[in-house]
Write a protein that binds this ligand. Structure first.
Ligand code: HEC
Ligand code: HEC
Ligand code: HEC
Ligand code: HEC
Length: 118
């Protein structure tokens, strides 16, 4: 019994600290990778009260897919911005994520395509 109490006492500060964080954390806007480039939420989501997922067409307002394809033409072993399946029209959101870590959507089928998606 003493052992159980002791281990509770040891863990208690940690438990309380975690509860404290949960209790006092204000609802937080999702981290946005473009914040570092001076964009705010409105630049992608517009002024709608409830933000909806952002379509590729919106990305193309600011990014030129053909230019991107030229820029990454030499990436090994294949160009992520111009390839057999999608040409230069691969949906940006397949690989790049705004609010969570990006992913390499090709890796599952092409283990050689080990590029890192920013
Ligand atoms: C560069 C464009 C871009 C910017 C800037 C941006 N978002 Fe997003 N947001 C997206 C995309 C794309 C999605 C779709 C899910 C994903 O890829 O994370 C999304 C999804 C969301 C969602 C979930 C919508 C749903 O119904 O699934 C919320 C909420 C959201 N964004 C809020 C914000 C807030 C708040 C900001 C400012 C801090 C912001 N976004 C800035 C592109 C953007
Ligand atoms: C209002 C203009 C604007 C929109 C809309 C926009 N971007 Fe950007 N984005 C920028 C700017 C400016 C930069 C910084 C300069 C650069 O790398 O081109 C940037 C950088 C990036 C980068 C470089 C990596 C990084 O994190 O720094 C990626 C990837 C990217 N954007 C993807 C997207 C995707 C995907 C969308 C659509 C969901 C999108 N952008 C919509 C303006 C925009
Ligand atoms: C198949 C996955 C994939 C798709 C789809 C994709 N990208 Fe990328 N993107 C990458 C990878 C991988 C890199 C890193 C290239 C490198 O290492 O030089 C990158 C780099 C970038 C960069 C930074 C380029 C620089 O200046 O170095 C931007 C901006 C970007 N992507 C925007 C987009 C936009 C906009 C779209 C949609 C039109 C898109 N990407 C579609 C995988 C993808
Ligand atoms: C669901 C599985 C699957 C995914 C995901 C996938 N591929 Fe493929 N890919 C294939 C198959 C199967 C082939 C062979 C058939 C063919 O050549 O069309 C292929 C062939 C290719 C080829 C031509 C052969 C070569 O090695 O040059 C390229 C380029 C390619 N894929 C690029 C990509 C890129 C870039 C991505 C990520 C956006 C991707 N693939 C995602 C299944 C996939």
């Amino acid at each position: 019994m003493r052992k159980v109490i002791m281990s509770f006492l040891k863990a208690a500060p940690l438990v309380l600290a975690l509860l404290g964080v949960a209790a006092f954390a204000a609802p937080k806007a999702p981290a946005s990778r473009h914040a570092g480039h001076g964009l705010d939420c409105v630049s992608c989501h517009g002024t709608a009260k409830k933000q909806a997922p952002v379509e590729m067409a919106k990305c193309l307002d600011c990014h030129d897919n053909q230019e991107l394809a030229t820029k990454t033409a030499k990436l090994n072993p294949r160009n992520p911005h111009d390839n057999r399946h999608y040409g230069v029209w691969g949906d940006c959101n397949m690989c790049h994520h705004e609010h969570k870590a990006s992913e390499n959507r090709c890796l599952g089928c092409h283990p050689r395509f080990t590029f890192k998606v920013p």
